[in-house]
Design a protein around this ligand. Structure first.
Ligand code: TYM
Length: 334
């Protein structure tokens, strides 16, 4: 790796298979960034404990996610891929950052409030300090850019605040990282019923996974929410219709997108035809990724090797940062 390349970090929780939101919000950017930056990408297995206490499937889920990430474009020779739990330096930094994070701001975090609603029986402290652990993931490599989807924007903003507070109090150790996307805005892929973002473990029929087979992809798309179509020319699209157009824009040709835009604007759209076209193009997009991932999954030893090598490189960077952090804090008794 060249010495002066800027540093990129991002992660994903092993709480389900990769879906279109993960691909277009994150992985697509990761695959491009690995050619331009020094990149660290990891599986956030500690984070998954905040919502999924059962760890019995964690190892196989982590392996299959790594396979999917590689099938979707990551190259372990160009970027560092590792599991969060292999980097014991992260929790030490998490501890220091926790002293700089205030209860009030953590309680106001949108993802925390969502989880309080979703799992009122398990509002654990890890859930409250989730953004602090995420900040430690990012700052442990002194990252400059964090390629994420729109839903993570607030967490990155909090990371920036924690980094600034640390630098202000103890000395300039951390670059203040930025959320990143090659597109103009951070991406948000909607669930197929238009009722919020597509997500890994909720509403599986409204989520398209990169390991869905062709029949299931078609079934999900044909069931996606639509309506009678607009009655006024050039109407604003309802969110659930906009969501389908967004997907069309991502996997279909420009001409096809334009045709259905025209039909919509002239009140002659036939959603059945549009969904059939979308299903066809989606299958063409997903199939090679699904097949590559399946081939990689048949060789778990190879995946484990990638994780071991990744952990070694990530620990090198993490150890160097932690040494600076300890120096800055004045913890050097040994
Ligand atoms: P996670 O596992 O929920 O999602 C992984 C990545 O996929 C993006 N994403 C989406 N983008 C657009 N539309 C969607 N519907 C959609 N759903 C998911 C997410 O924005 C994310 O980029 N907290 C993180 C994991 C994490 C992390 C980190 C990320 C832990 N530490 C440090 C970056 C840096 C999460 O839960 O992502």
């Amino acid at each position: 790796m060249e010495k002066n390349k800027e540093i990129v970090l991002s992660g994903i929780r092993p709480t389900g298979f990769l879906h279109l939101g993960n691909y277009f919000g994150a992985l697509k950017n990761w695959a491009r960034m690995q050619n331009e930056y020094e990149c660290y990408f990891f599986i956030a297995d500690w984070h998954s404990l905040t919502t999924h206490a059962d760890t019995s499937g964690l190892k196989s889920m982590t392996r299959s996610l790594v396979s999917e990430l590689i099938a979707g474009g990551l190259d372990p020779d160009k970027c560092t891929i590792y599991a969060q739990s292999d980097i014991p330096e992260i929790p030490e930094l998490y501890l220091y950052l926790n002293m700089l994070a205030y209860k009030g701001e953590l309680e106001k975090t949108v993802t925390f409030k969502d989880k309080v609603r979703q799992q009122p029986e398990n509002i654990n402290a890890g859930l409250l300090t989730y953004p602090v652990l995420q900040a430690a993931d990012i700052l442990i490599h002194r990252a400059h850019y964090v390629p994420v989807g729109k839903d993570q924007e607030q967490h990155i903003e909090m990371t920036r605040n924690f980094a600034e507070r640390f630098n202000h109090r103890y000395g300039e150790i951390f670059p203040v990282p930025k959320a990143f996307s090659y597109s103009e805005d951070l991406v948000k892929i909607l669930s197929l019923d238009g009722s919020g973002k597509m997500s890994k473990s909720e509403q599986q029929m409204n989520t398209i996974y990169l390991n869905d087979d062709d029949v299931l992809i078609t079934k999900k798309i044909m069931k996606a929410k639509t309506d009678q179509g607009p009655v006024l020319a050039n109407s604003k699209k309802p969110e659930y219709i906009q969501g389908l157009f967004t997907l069309l824009g991502l996997v279909s040709s420009h001409e096809i997108l334009k045709k259905f835009e025209y039909d919509f604007n002239h009140c002659q759209i036939r959603y059945g035809d549009m969904k059939k076209q979308l299903a066809e193009d989606m299958i063409r997009f997903i199939k090679p990724i699904r097949e590559r991932a399946a081939a990689l999954q048949s060789d778990p030893v190879q995946i484990d090797k990638i994780l071991t090598k990744g952990a070694e490189k990530a620990r090198k960077s993490a150890t160097a940062t932690l040494l600076e952090v300890r120096k800055a804090l004045g913890f050097r008794y040994l």
